[in-house]
Structure formats: C-alpha cells, structure tokens
Design a protein around this ligand. Structure first.
Ligand code: SAM
Length: 239
C-alpha cells in the first residue's frame, strides 16, 4: 500500500533533486510512495519567521526553537496518521541495513532535519526515534534524511526491479557482497573470473559466496564478530 515520506526542514529545496531522480522518482511515479519536503518556516511566527535562537546556558552557535518544530511535527502527524517521526541527530540510534528493512515495513517516514547546533531537546523527544547516519557531524539533517529515505525506499516491494537484488546485498546477510563484473571479458590485461563465463549457476553461486566471505574477512572483519556461519559457508571456509 502507498507509503508517505515527508521531510521537515528550513531548506526544503535541498530535496528537489532527490524526489525527481532515479529510483526515488520511479517509486513516486509508480505509485509506491508520495514524497515532499515541508518548509519549517511555515510554522514559525512573525514577519521574519525565525526558527533559531541563542542557547540557554551560553555557548556558541544557535539552537532550533521548539515551537516551529513541534507545530510542524504535529501538523505532519495529523496529515499522515500512523507514519513514524524520525529526528535526525548524530546522537541517535545508528542507522543500519537491518533498521532500513524494519522501516520499509512502516507506512512511510516523517524526517525532522536539524541545523546549527541542533534542535531544542523538547522538540527532539517528540519524535518516535532519533537516528544517526554515522559518527561524524554534518551541518544539517537534510543529507542524513535523504540517506535514510534512499536506503528505505529501495527496499519497498516492487520499487527495485528484481526483488532479489535487495535481498542478497551487502549487510543483508551480515556479509559484504561479492565482486561484480560486466563486459568486456578482458580489460587492460585483467580478466573476468572464468567461472562467471561458465554458465554453471551452482558454481557461480558458490564462487560468489566464497568471494563474499573472503571480502568480509579482508575488508570488514568487524561484521563477523557476532555472526555464525551456515553449513554451506562453513564448507567453503574449510576448503
Ligand atoms: N551539536 C550537535 C551535536 O554535537 O550533537 C550537532 C548538530 S549538527 C551541526 C546540525 C544538525 O545536523 C543536527 O541537528 C542533525 O539534524 C544533523 N546531523 C548532523 N550529523 C548527523 C548525523 N551523523 N546523523 C544524522 N543527523 C545529523
């Protein structure tokens, strides 16, 4: 059923290219989702539509005022009943592929984007969840919101062409993905592995699992810390 995506931001124009390009555009045109960015200033008071103010307790920078954020959140909640509100903050729960899979089963998402030193805590706690895209600090929540929406929207059944391409990807099975090749078969002396040209689907699947395991050991050993191996994986590792 149709999912609804909205972002609350003082820079709604940042999302223009996001809604109008590639897979997200196809998801909208195909009737899988609606997407829009809502200007936070619409919920601010006075002629100047101020959304920030000086921090209590002193210190540098500005803080996003609670009233416009809370009004905006309440407005979007009323328009999109049952859709979870996610506040973007570097202090939030780290975003992962498995969280993306959970979020893709929701009715959509309302993304609240901070700027400056962040949002007034009283607005932040109005969200259902605080979400971080990684241990670094961006200037605003807009890019984080687009990262999260991009990863979630492509998992909605029907949005990607082959359902399989989302199921067998990096992180979905606790491993990073196998190596990809396309034509030509030899480029600058580097050949595509023979098995991929063999047409032997069983051998190809086994080669892919093997490279996926090897690459995870080499590039992301941390992923293997709490992971157990299937019987098939164990037999490849014992080779
Ligand atoms: N003073 C805040 C702190 O130290 O936690 C950082 C504020 S940051 C400069 C401004 C806004 O960018 C935040 O309110 C948040 O919306 C967004 N942001 C920055 N880094 C982020 C991250 N890693 N994940 C999600 N949102 C982030």
């Amino acid at each position: 059923s149709l999912q609804h995506y909205a972002a609350l931001s003082i820079f709604p124009e940042m999302f223009d290219g996001f809604w109008s390009t590639g897979m997200v555009r196809r998801a909208i045109m195909g009737g899988f989702i609606t997407g829009r960015a809502v200007d936070l200033r619409a919920f601010a008071e006075g002629v100047h539509k101020v959304t920030d103010d000086k921090p209590y307790g002193g210190g540098c920078g500005m803080v996003m005022k609670p009233e416009p954020l809370m009004k905006g959140i309440a407005h979007l909640r009323a328009e999109m009943p049952g859709v979870p509100v996610l506040a973007m903050t570097p202090q939030g729960q780290p975003f992962t592929q498995s969280l993306a899979e959970d979020l893709a089963r929701e009715k959509g998402m309302i993304m609240v984007c901070g700027r400056y030193e962040g949002m007034d805590e009283r607005a932040c706690i109005k969200a259902d969840m605080e979400l971080s895209i990684g241990d670094y600090v961006l200037t605003g929540g807009e890019l984080a919101a687009m990262v999260v929406m991009d990863a979630v929207i492509r998992l909605i059944p029907g949005v990607l062409g082959g359902e399989e391409s989302a199921e067998k990807e990096s992180f979905s099975e606790g491993l990073i993905e196998y190596a990809h090749y396309t034509r030509p078969p030899v480029y600058e002396g580097m050949a595509v592995p023979d098995v991929l040209l063999s047409g032997n689907h069983k051998a190809i699947a086994s080669w892919r699992l093997e490279t996926s395991l090897k690459r995870t050991f080499l590039k992301r050993p941390d992923l293997l810390e709490d992971r157990s191996f299937s019987r098939e994986e164990r037999s490849i590792l014992q080779k």
